[in-house]
Design a protein around this ligand. Sequence first.
Ligand SMILES: Cc1ncc(COP(=O)(O)O)c(C=O)c1O
Length: 402
Amino acid sequence: MPLDVAAVRAQFPSLRSGVAFFDGPGGSQTPEAVAGAVASTLTSPISNRGVVTASERRADEVVVQARSALGDLLGVAPGDVVFGRSMTALTMDLARTLAREQAWGPGDEVVVSSLDHDANIRPWVLAAEAVGATVRWAEVDPATGELPVGAVTEVLSARTRLVAVTGASNLLGTRPDVRGIADAAHESGALVHVDAVHLAPHARIDREALGADLLSCSPYKFFGPHLGVLVARRGLLEELHPDKLVPSSDAAPERFELGTLPYELLAGATAAVDVIAGWGEGATRAERLTSAFTAVEEHEGALRERTEEGLRGIEGLTLWSRAARRTPTLFFTLDGVRPTEVHRHLAGLDVNAPASHFYAWELSHRLGLGPTGGVRVGLAPYTSTEDVDRLLAGVAEVAARR
Ligand SMILES: Cc1ncc(COP(=O)(O)O)c(C=O)c1O
């Protein structure tokens, strides 16, 4: 079933502003149903989680539903879903916990990749440095934007304790062969943490199929509220003992969730998963999600081709997104024009396509673009052909002014 783009767009009140949003990789627009779920959870009778009053049970239900929704989205059981403030905060905590629980020390090694967002690099680097473990870098090929499996196997050893790799680059869109990387890491006896923040809005994710022991994502990138989510292979959370308060629950996944959960945001995350599932068909939510992502990939793939073709035709434009397998995220620079100038010009046309390194700090430097970076165009299910044509016209205008 193809995506009904007009119907999808009607779900997002912010699109009535007339703005063309290409800034989804930074945070997507929000459907009415998600905002409604957040608001009604806040204003309906709700208390702290419990079993006695209806309002206590309501809070509990919200948590149970959110674990089930994110479990369906990521291919894990509800009990393997952890919520936190952001992917960054969850990964900082996880890295410290793993370093301690696995007793990392001098001689142990951690592998990070220069394709990744800093949130899947620095937490591991800091945790390794704190205990004297060694950080080994799997290097992106700047010419192609690829992170070949060989770049990871080259730095694996019998001392590798963890491999951190992205499901998709938030800068270039590159989708490395995560399964190939995970298989190699597992052969070395290492755990694998996959940053699925940029992949989750664009592709059906199955933790097991990816070979991820741990995988994280952020609902605000897929039409939900600002939250972070960490999921784990069955049984792994039970093996780990993060820092926690004495009276708080010692059960997994609760012991990973510091303080009171943001119930309203969890309800919003459930609604976001349901909105996506609503774009597909099937008897179960998991089936509808699979069908929905097939339609989303088809729509975004066709628009990506149109956008790429248009950008390639603009003189002086360098398109850095070149990998064989990519999300619909395009990163470019224009000779002689500062990326921020492109951003500002487009903003004047109500076209949002920001300029930055987007925290893919190492990657931006490996590409020779340093802290300035370039312009990022992110397509979404709500992106229309007209949006793309406005963007292309705007970029062509800035290029012509050089
Ligand atoms: C690929 C990727 N990883 C991690 C993050 C960090 O996510 P959060 O804002 O939830 O900490 C981002 C945010 O832009 C991202 O794009």
